[in-house]
Design a binder for this molecule. Sequence first.
Ligand code: A3P
Length: 293
Amino acid sequence: YYRREWQLIRGVPIVWAFAQNWERIDNFQARCDDIVIATYPKAGTTWMSEIVDMILHAGNDEQCGRDFIYNKVPMLEFWAPNVLAPGTKTLEETPSPRVIKTHLPVSLLPKSFWEKKSKVVYVARNAKDLAVSYYHFDRMNQLHPEPGTWAEYLEKYVAGKVGYGSWYDHVNSWWEKTKDHPVLYIFYEDMKEDPKREIRKVAQFLGKDLGENVLENIVNKTSFEVMKDNPRTNYVTNTAPFFQTDISPFMRKGVAGDWKNHFTVAQNERFDEDYGRKMAGSPLCFRTEDHQP
Ligand code: A3P
C-alpha cells in the first residue's frame, strides 16, 4: 500500500512510502568501505551507478550483467529495509563493499556515513535540464504525486516543493561537504562532454587503476544508447509496478540542453532571475548548453 504524495521529513518532502518508519534511515549503520552515490533525483544516478559497478568489476561484462541496476546499487531510502515489501531484503545483508545510492540532502543523510567517512560520489546536473527530466519522471513514477502541467510543475520545482526539496540547497550543501568529507563532486554535463575523463576520475577516487581498454569498455557500455537498450539498466522490464515507462521512458533523452524544448522565453527569464538570487555567493557554475565534442 502506498500513497502518491510527499511527506515532510524535517521540512524536506520525501516520497510517502520512503518516509514511513524514518528511524530505519536515521539509525542506518554505514560501513567505512561503503561507496555512496548521492544525487538530487534525475542528475544521472543510474548512469553513475552503472559506471561505479563496472569500475569495481574492472569492466568484466559477465559480472556487470549479473543483475538489475536497482539490485546492484540499492537505494538507501527503499532498502533500509525495504519499505514496500517488508522482509524481502535489507542492506545489512549485502556484503561489502556495498554501493548505495541515495537522493538525501546533506541534512538527512544518516550520521553514521559521516562518522565512518564512507566515500561519496556526488553527481550534479544543471537546474534547467534537471527540472525537465524530473517533470517527465513525476509523470511516470506512480510513487510520486502527479506533476500537473509543465508550468505548474516549474513553480513547484523552483519553490522546492518536489521530492527531496530544493535543488539549490541540495547542490550547495553537498558542495560544502567536499571540504570535510571524502566527496567526489561530478557534473553530468562534464560526463557528457568527456565520459572517459570523468570515469577515470571516479576510478582514481575509488583507488582503482584501470587500463585504457577497460576504461574504453566502460565508456561504451555506459553510453546512453547502450544503457537504453540494456534491460538491466533501462527499467523497461522493471518488476516494480511504480515506473510506467509507457507514459515516459526512464531512459528518456540523455542530453544537455533539452530545457530549451520546454521553457518558454518568459519562464526562462523568471527562472534566471530567481536562480541569480538563490545561487548568489555559490561557487558552483553549471553549464546549460550541449558541449558534446
Ligand atoms: P533525461 O530525462 O533528461 O533523459 P537518474 O538516473 O538520476 O534518475 O537520471 C535520469 C536521467 O539521466 C535521464 O535524463 C536519463 O535519460 C539520463 N541518463 C541515464 N543514463 C544515461 C547515460 N548513460 N548517459 C546520459 N544520460 C543518461
